[in-house]
Design a protein around this ligand. Structure first.
Ligand SMILES: Nc1ncnc2c1ncn2[C@@H]1O[C@H](COP(=O)(O)OP(=O)(O)OP(=O)(O)O)[C@@H](O)[C@H]1O
Ligand SMILES: [Mg+2]
Length: 333
């Protein structure tokens, strides 16, 4: 197949905020996806998504499939930018469509759909201005998050609050810095899990990944904060979480977690691949925090490949599975 890989490259720019490029992909990830596709016999060209280069590239070159990992650039629909251009040009691409990508990026809207589907997600309230009355239903501790970010941008340990003063301070800070609503939700204290779904012929729920932060206590970080994600593996900072895949869960809990992830994948309409972040509460009820239709694909660092390896897949097979799933869809349409 003739494939184009669309991506946003992580760059270094001291003039930008420290987390500006956090969602973007490193050269290692981009090169790994390109090598995997080549190893599977495809011809591949990588395209750094800078407009209007995207338009002009596809005006001049025809491809069988776009392998899309671009996170996009502008605003709250950014993950839909590249798919929208490809839809307009009638070029098929891997992964979720414009609608699901935009929906998943809006955590509060996704949570409303999950609630309607009977899928547990932490109780929440959306703050648009920052001076709204706090709902009496919400129980502290609460966590404050930008509503439409990823890669834990704007999520630090000080975002977990135990009283109203700290809450409103954080809500205002979040609205001012990230120029969007602040999502406030109940903090679920139990195990951190993430679940990968891969559609290669049949829909497959990969072995659950448990991320245990208990040996990161020295660092002061105790959940998947921005600092934890950005500097994961840094022994000096003590940011070395323990990964368990499959997760250490009883069979019935494992089944419940997988079921909730699959229902989330379907409710949001994800295609080919997704990763759902979940926390267990004290009663082992799985609460969905969010779904990622464009999960990181770094062969060493990212959660999704770790789950694929635990399922016995090599990295190249994972990339090929995503491509094949998308080309099957194209064939059937
Ligand atoms: N309600 C919650 N209860 C407990 N922990 C939470 C909650 N919300 C977020 N967290 C913690 O913060 C992390 C990041 O939150 P979340 O997944 O919502 O953000 P994100 O920026 O979309 O992440 P990603 O990097 O997966 O795109 C979670 O993995 C979890 O450790
Ligand atoms: Mg997450």
């Amino acid at each position: 197949m003739k494939v184009a890989l669309t991506y946003n490259l992580k760059k270094k720019d001291p003039l930008k905020p420290v987390d500006y490029f956090s969602e973007y992909d490193s050269e290692e990830t981009i090169n790994s996806v390109i090598s995997a596709l080549k190893n599977k016999g495809h011809s591949v060209e990588g395209i750094d998504v800078e407009y209007p280069a995207l338009f002009s590239y596809f005006k001049k070159n025809s491809v069988d499939m776009v392998f899309n990992i671009a996170e996009g650039k502008h605003g709250r629909f950014r993950e839909s930018e590249v798919p929208a251009v490809l839809d307009y040009l009638n070029i098929p691409y891997t992964g979720s469509n414009t609608f699901s990508l935009a929906l998943a990026l809006n955590k509060a809207l996704t949570k409303k759909i999950l609630k309607a589907e009977g899928i547990p997600t932490p109780n929440f309230q959306l703050f648009v201005k920052g001076d709204e009355e706090l709902s009496a239903d919400l129980v502290f501790p609460l966590i404050v998050k930008p509503n439409c970010e990823g890669s834990a941008k704007g999520i630090n340990k000080t975002n977990v609050v135990n009283g109203k003063d700290d809450l409103f301070k954080k809500v205002k800070e979040c609205i001012n810095i990230y120029r969007q609503e602040a999502l406030v939700e109940e903090f679920i204290e139990g195990k951190e899990l993430t679940v990968g779904i891969l559609e290669n012929g049949k829909t497959r729920v990969l072995p659950i990944l448990e991320i245990d932060f208990s040996n990161c206590k020295e660092s002061g970080e105790y959940f998947y904060s921005w600092k934890m994600k950005e500097f994961q593996g840094n022994t000096e900072l003590g940011l070395v979480p323990e990964f368990h895949c499959p997760a250490r869960l009883d069979k019935d809990v494992e089944e419940k977690v997988k079921d909730v992830a699959l229902r989330t994948h379907r409710a949001v309409g994800c295609l080919d691949i997704s990763r759902t972040d979940i926390r267990l509460d004290k009663t082992n009820t799985p609460y969905v925090l969010e779904i990622n239709p464009l999960p990181g694909l770094d062969p060493k660092e990212s959660n999704f490949p770790i789950m694929a390896y635990a399922a016995g897949m090599a990295y190249d097979d994972l990339i090929e599975a995503i491509l094949i799933s998308a080309s099957e869809r194209k064939r059937l349409n």
